[in-house]
Design a protein around this ligand. Sequence first.
Ligand code: F42
Length: 331
Amino acid sequence: MPLKFGVEFVPTTTIDGLVSSIVQAENLGFDYVWVTDHYTNRCTYIALTAAALNTKSIKLGPGVTNPFHVHPAWTASAIATLNEVSNGRAVLGLGPGDRSTLGQLGISLEKPLTAVREAVEIIRRLWAGETVNFTGSVFRLTNARLSFKPSTPIPIYIGAQGPKMLELAGAIGDGVLINASHPKDFEVAVKFIKEGVAKAGKSMDKVDVVAYAALSVDESASKARDAAKTVVAFIVAGAPDEVLERHGIKKEEVNAIRNALAKGDIPGASKAVSDASLDAFSISGTPEDCVTKIEQLVKVGVTQFVAGSPLGPKKKAAMEMIGRKIITAFK
Ligand code: F42
């Protein structure tokens, strides 16, 4: 099975601009588009609907929504509607949610693992046409039912980084979206996914292992790597110690980046990013460099590669390069 390709879009531009990027992605041979979900940006579902109406073959879905700001029954209805509008192309990406943006709304991520597990069960039962009575630790539904049913099965992908969430994703997900770029991180993630798969009595070929990676591509390797520094600075600042140690990132660098970001000094934080951090937390370089690094991910079990921000110093040109020089290398 050839590697599948997806692209992540953050809806910070107008819906028109976003749709034209998604149409470009479809024309370039991407298989999936994942639209991120944070209340701060344009509404994911309006973006996805507009994209569905303007495309024919690309699969599309939120990457990822969460059960804390959107009730699972509402998500079930929204994604089933997207599936109808797109003639069976909807996919659902669901994760526990981003602690900082949810925190701004007074929502704390209580029992994130349980919330995701219960949400997936509720959504699948509603899609199956059941009248759902459910008493969980997070959700409670009484005689809940959709008035329509998806006409094709909709895969559920779980956004996961932590060991338990990865294991849960292996057990109950059709796929798992992992925010990482380096083979070492996928080796660790795949181990947990396999534990979940084994406990559920499934086989690994039933789970799409997705690298949701920070990609930056340009004909000039140095321009590509420079363009990745800001994204990498934020990743380093938020990375757990265990992950930083796994990649040998020095404490001084981490402190310099965190101090600069705390002062709002993004150029200062980017300047502090080392080559080691760029290699650990992004795939950045010429198209050929990127192909080599993506091949290493395939070797450790990745089955879909999602090109995530920043894509490159020039986004449109970077998309062309991914389509014509990277995707083609794997087909
Ligand atoms: N978040 C968003 O809000 N919007 C996005 O668009 C988005 C995109 C995205 C794409 C890919 C991806 O991998 C993640 C993405 N995220 C996005 C982030 C995502 O929502 C999560 O914040 C992120 O994946 C981190 O989740 P995590 O897998 O590390 O899970 C956290 C919550 C965690 O703590 N996990 C623990 C673990 O080991 O996996 C489990 C904790 C646990 O066991 N909790 C118990 C329970 O029941 O939930 C309760 C424990 C207790 O004592 O309370």
